[in-house]
Every structure is written in structure tokens, then in C-alpha cells.
Design a protein around this ligand. Structure first.
Ligand SMILES: [Fe+2]
Ligand SMILES: [Fe+2]
Length: 377
């Protein structure tokens, strides 16, 4: 059994200085190669519908295709600066209420202009990370088409490849036409995507991408959709979420069958992988890249701004509200005497275990069908 230190590369899961010391090895690269260590699998069993839940998803996906160029109204304008102010003001009020004194910090000289710029950069950074994550999904799903041995899963994954291409496309277009700067991939997100792609076992691609990364994305997109005042971004996220819910359901429905046949030792490897992925996704939320961009040392400023236990921050906790019930449904929460449950307790997220799992709720999020039915009257 690996120790947490071996899994995470640091002694304590919450060691802030260790988290902020992880640096990208190749910040100026234009392309990034990852060996994917997997055989491409042909199957000669073409019987469609052997796995009815996957066939249903595939048929649904074929009908739910949309076009980012024509189904979204890119002419909508909105006030970015107002949005940035709306995000920054509560943060500053919170810090003041908690008695955080910025007078002796690198932010002592910051006025309205610097905080506004910071808010605008957070928008650039967040949408950039969404876009990079979507490319990770595009590549992972193309790999699943090759590696999964079931024809129903190959069919479904092929539709997801198209979905992910559309997601990369719309986030890139939003960044280019509505915002004003791209960020490179965050180091923690990049390491996670590399790990997922490099693993030779086909189910690990699903667990890392469909269950963990897309589970978090589904929650994050939902929160962004509720809070953004931009009608275009709200609609874009509504369409993307309809696809993502299917993708997460695809992961859960595929892995349920496979994990039912695994023993404790094999399940423990999956639990360790899920834990590592959860921690890396959480570490990304420190937004260290934005501080660096603003010319402020994240190792100095982030500890000053961090009030209380970050694992108890309701916003951070909610990001795991899709992941935890899905892990429970897959048996990963409680296998091996609750190994993963104990870790999720540390991260402050186990309370979501009985929320709806995505294999049940994806139909509710089908924006495309809802809009077509409304249009048909
Ligand atoms: Fe996506
Ligand atoms: Fe996806």
C-alpha cells in the first residue's frame, strides 16, 4: 500500500509551500508529447446494444449534436469590468471581515486599478484552464476509442471526441473574441492530464478523465453558469454541460461493470489514482499563475490570503459534489476499509456521497433536446 507521501510527492496533503513549489518544466513549449503506453484494440464482436446503457447514451449523443458557430449568439456584448468587480469586491470584504492586514504584504500598494486587473486576469486564467482541460478530454477520449474492448463504448467515445472538439473550439473562441489573454496550462492540471494519458490501463483513462476531471468540470461549469452575468457564457456553459453530463455518465456506466470484477488490490490502485487526481485538481484552485502574472510571489501572498482551512471552503467543497457520489456508485469510496473515504474526509468532501450520481441525472441536463422541443412548440 503506497503512503500518501509516495502518491502525492509531499509529506502533507496541505503543505502550501510544497504545492506552490511545483513548477512547469517546459513553460515555453508549443507542443507537448506524452507517451500513451497502450495497445490499440480491435474487436470482432460488432453486436450493437450488448451494453444497453451505453447504446442508449450513443443514440442520445447522435441526436444531441450542436454547432458552436450557429447555436450560440456571439454578437452578445457584456461588461467584463463589471463582472471582475463583482467577483473581487466580496473577496476583499471577506478578507477585511477576517481581519487580514494587507498593509505589510506585497499587495499593500494595490488600489482599485490593480484589483480590477487581477479580476480580469482571473477570467482569462479560468477560461484558459477550461480550454486546456477540454483538450485533455479530446485526447483521452480519442485514446478510449482505441483502447476500450467493447463496440458500444467505441461508438459512444467517438461521439465524445466530436463533443470535445466543439468544447475546445468554443472556449478558444470565447477567449479570443471576448477576453484578452491566454494562460498556459496550470502545472497541477498539466501533471494530472499527463498521468491520465500515460497510464496503460484503459479504465484509468475513464477514471481520470470521465469521472474525476469531467466530474469536477461539470460542477465548476454549473457554478460559473450561475454566477456569470454574461448571457453568452451562460448559454455556452449550458450546452457544454449537457454534453459533459453524458460524458460523466459514460464513465460511470462503463466502469461499474469493470470494477465489479476487480479484487481489493486492483481497486486500491484505482482509489489511489482517484485521490491523487482530486488533490491535483484542488491544488490548481490556488490560481498561482495569476499572481505570478501580476508580479507577486504566490508563495508569499497565498498564505497571507488563506484564511482558515481551505478544505472547509464551501466553494471548493462543492466542486467535488459530482465526483464523490460517482466514486461511491463505483465502489471506490468504501473498498479496502474505506481507504478513499478517509482521504475525502480530509479534503472535506465526503458529505456529497448521497447526492445524485451522474448516470441518473444526465437526462435532466439535455439542453439541446429541451431547446428543440421548445422551438417545435
Ligand atoms: Fe468537454
Ligand atoms: Fe467532456
Amino acid at each position: 500500500m503506497a503512503t500518501d507521501a509516495e502518491i502525492l510527492g509531499r509529506d502533507h496533503v496541505d503543505d502550501l509551500q510544497a504545492i506552490l513549489s511545483v513548477a512547469r518544466a517546459d513553460a515555453d513549449e508549443v507542443v507537448h508529447a506524452v507517451a500513451d503506453h497502450a495497445d490499440a484494440i480491435f474487436t470482432w464482436d460488432y453486436e450493437k446494444g450488448r451494453r444497453p446503457a451505453l447504446e442508449k447514451l450513443y443514440e442520445k449523443a447522435k441526436r444531441a449534436q450542436w454547432n458552436g458557430e450557429t447555436d450560440l449568439d456571439w454578437s452578445i456584448e457584456f461588461d467584463r469590468e463589471e463582472q471582475a468587480r463583482q467577483m473581487i469586491e466580496p473577496r476583499l470584504q471577506f478578507l477585511e471581515a477576517k481581519g487580514v492586514d494587507l498593509a505589510h504584504s506585497p499587495l499593500a500598494s494595490w488600489g482599485e486599478a490593480e484589483w480590477l486587473e487581477f479580476g480580469l486576469e482571473i477570467q482569462n486564467w479560468s477560461l484558459s484552464q477550461f480550454m486546456h482541460g477540454e483538450q485533455g478530454a479530446l485526447i483521452c477520449t480519442a485514446k478510449i476509442v482505441e483502447t476500450v474492448p467493447w463496440i458500444d463504448a467505441k461508438y459512444y467515445a467517438a461521439t465524445q471526441v466530436m463533443d470535445e472538439a466543439r468544447h475546445v473550439e468554443v472556449f478558444a473562441k470565447y477567449l479570443d473574441t471576448k477576453l484578452d489573454g491566454h494562460y498556459p496550462i496550470n502545472v497541477h492540471l498539466g501533471l494530472l492530464l499527463d498521468d491520465i494519458i500515460a497510464d496503460s490501463r484503459w479504465d484509468m483513462t475513464y477514471l481520470g478523465m470521465q469521472v474525476m476531471v469531467e466530474g469536477l468540470a461539470l460542477a465548476a461549469f454549473g457554478m460559473a453558469r450561475q454566477t456569470t452575468p454574461d448571457p453568452l457564457l451562460r448559454e455556452l456553459l449550458r450546452y457544454v454541460m449537457a454534453d459533459e453530463a453524458r460524458h460523466v455518465a459514460f464513465g460511470v456506466l462503463s466502469l461499474q461493470e469493470f470494477y465489479a470484477g476487480l479484487g481489493d488490490a486492483e481497486l486500491l490502485e484505482r482509489q489511489e489514482f482517484a485521490f491523487e487526481a482530486a488533490v491535483r485538481m484542488r491544488d490548481r484552485l490556488l490560481q498561482q499563475d495569476v499572481w505570478e502574472h501580476m508580479g507577486v510571489d504566490p508563495k508569499v501572498v497565498i498564505p497571507i490570503l488563506q484564511v482558515g482551512d481551505k478544505n472547509q471552503d464551501p466553494f471548493q467543497q462543492l466542486l467535488f459534489s459530482k465526483i464523490v457520489p460517482n466514486c461511491k456508485k463505483l465502489g471506490l469510496l468504501d473498498a479496502n476499509d474505506g481507504w478513499l473515504r478517509t482521504r475525502f474526509d480530509t479534503l472535506g468532501v465526503t458529505q456529497f456521497e448521497d447526492w445524485a450520481d451522474t448516470s441518473e441525472e444526465y437526462l435532466d441536463l439535455d439542453a439541446v433536446t429541451a431547446d428543440r422541443e421548445a422551438a417545435a412548440g
